[in-house]
Design a binder for this molecule. Sequence first.
Ligand SMILES: [Zn+2]
Ligand SMILES: [Zn+2]
Length: 129
Amino acid sequence: MNFLCPNCNSSTHLDKHSLGKKFTVGPYKFVNFEIQCSECFMDIPSNLCENVKNETISDIKKLWFDKYKPEHLKHAAKCSKCNRYYWEIEKSLYENNITSKDIFYQNYSPHKGGGSLVCKICDPDAFSK
Ligand SMILES: [Zn+2]
Ligand SMILES: [Zn+2]
């Protein structure tokens, strides 16, 4: 598989996974898989980064920045304390030689109708079990 990240132009990636959420509207409606970039740590829809032809790269980038990325930002996991998005947290942990998929825990907050996320950077002790 050839990977090209429309977000940062990296050609290296981490894992490919199926989309956690099912969207019925918007650009993500037709996305089944995402591939995580190993440079910016962003999850990119596989149709925008897998085996992209040279002649379509600029169109794909436009699609990512105009349509997909704003949508991704709306739904992306974010720490309720530091307001970092998951990719900022993963990148920063990676730079400190911590590779873990376990980067959030949920704080129960009834007022927000569910849990709010707290990241490993804000509360590293909570993860050292
Ligand atoms: Zn990237
Ligand atoms: Zn945090």
